[in-house]
Design a protein around this ligand. Structure first.
Ligand code: 5RP
Length: 265
C-alpha cells in the first residue's frame, strides 16, 4: 500500500483501529431530510465528536467550513430519488478529479445487490476502485437496500459485503443485523455499521452498536439516530464512548442521560 492510501486511511480509521463516521449524505436521494434541512447547522454542535464526515460535493461546498474540517468521505454515487422509479438505478455522479480537488480522504458509493441494477451498481464500484486506487483514495462501499429494509439479514448482508470487498472496496458500510459476526467473518476488509431510520428507543441504538462492535465491526457511519435525536450531542458522545472507549450499551445509556440532563441545568 502506498503512502497516500495509508495516510488517507489513517485519517479515517484512528490508531485504535476504530472509526466514527458522521453521514449527512441523505439529501442526495431524499431531498431535505428531517433535521438535515440545513446541514451546516445540523453538524455544528456534533462534528467535533466525529472522525470523518460523509457528504456530497454540493453540501460540502455550500455548507461545510473549509477551515479545520474533519476528513471528508465524498458520496460519489446518485442519480435516483425517492419519487423516481427505482432507487437502485444509480451512476457515478462525481469524478475522481473532483474528489482530489475537494481534498477528500475517501469516496463512498452505493451498491444494490439483488436489485434490477445489481450489475450496473457493481460495475460503478469496480470502475470507481480502478480510478480511486490510482490516486491512493480509499473507496467505501455502501450496501444499500433501497426501500426494502426487510432484506437486512445476515445471509444477505454477508453476501453484499463480501462482493463489495472482492471488487476492491477498502471499507464496507452495512446495516447491523442478528448474527452480525457472519457478516464480518466473511468480509476481508473493515466493516462499519449504518444506523438506519430513527429507532423507537435510544438504548436500542447503543445495544446494536455495542453488539456489532463485539462481533467485528470497526465503527459506525451513523446519521439519523444522532442528528434526528432531540439530544444529538449526548447521543454522539455516548456512541463515541462505545466505539473509542469500549463502553457497554448500559454505560453509554447512562452517559447519554447524564449529558442530556447536564444540558438542562
Ligand atoms: C444514505 C447513506 C447513509 O450514509 C447511511 O444510511 C447512514 O446513515 P443512517 O445512519 O441515517 O442510516 O448511505 O444513503
Amino acid at each position: 500500500m502506498d503512502w497516500g492510501m495509508k495516510n488517507r486511511l489513517s485519517q479515517l480509521i484512528k490508531s485504535n483501529g476504530r472509526c466514527m463516521f458522521l453521514p449527512i449524505d441523505h439529501g442526495y436521494f431524499q431531498g431535505p431530510t428531517s433535521k438535515l434541512e440545513r446541514p451546516g447547522e445540523t453538524i455544528k454542535p456534533i462534528i467535533d465528536y466525529a472522525d470523518a464526515l460523509f457528504c456530497t460535493r454540493g453540501v460540502l461546498r455550500a455548507c461545510i467550513n473549509h477551515e479545520n474540517s474533519k476528513p471528508i468521505i465524498l458520496r460519489v454515487s446518485g442519480g435516483s430519488s425517492m419519487v423516481g422509479k427505482d432507487l437502485a438505478n444509480e451512476v457515478l455522479t462525481t469524478s475522481i478529479e473532483e474528489a482530489i480537488r475537494l481534498n477528500a480522504s475517501g469516496v463512498g458509493i452505493s451498491v444494490f445487490i439483488g436489485s434490477d441494477y445489481e450489475k450496473e451498481t457493481l460495475l460503478n464500484l469496480a470502475k470507481l476502485v480502478d480510478e480511486a486506487e490510482r490516486y491512493g483514495i480509499p473507496v467505501m462501499a455502501v450496501t444499500a437496500v433501497g426501500r426494502e429494509l426487510e432484506k437486512r439479514d445476515a445471509r444477505y448482508l454477508a453476501l453484499c459485503c463480501r462482493i463489495a470487498a472482492e471488487l476492491g472496496a477498502r471499507v464496507v458500510k452495512t446495516y447491523w443485523c442478528e448474527n452480525f459476526d457472519k457478516v464480518t467473518n466473511g468480509c476481508p476488509v473493515p466493516v462499519v455499521m449504518a444506523g438506519g431510520p430513527k429507532t423507537n428507543s435510544d438504548l436500542e441504538v447503543f445495544e446494536f452498536v455495542h453488539d456489532g462492535m463485539q462481533k467485528g465491526a470497526i465503527g459506525v457511519n451513523l446519521g439519523r439516530n444522532i442528528w434526528q435525536n432531540e439530544h444529538p450531542v449526548a447521543m454522539i458522545r455516548a456512541l463515541r464512548a462505545i466505539i473509542h472507549e469500549n463502553a457497554t450499551a448500559n454505560q453509554a445509556n447512562d452517559l447519554f442521560h447524564t449529558l442530556k440532563n447536564e444540558k438542562k441545568k
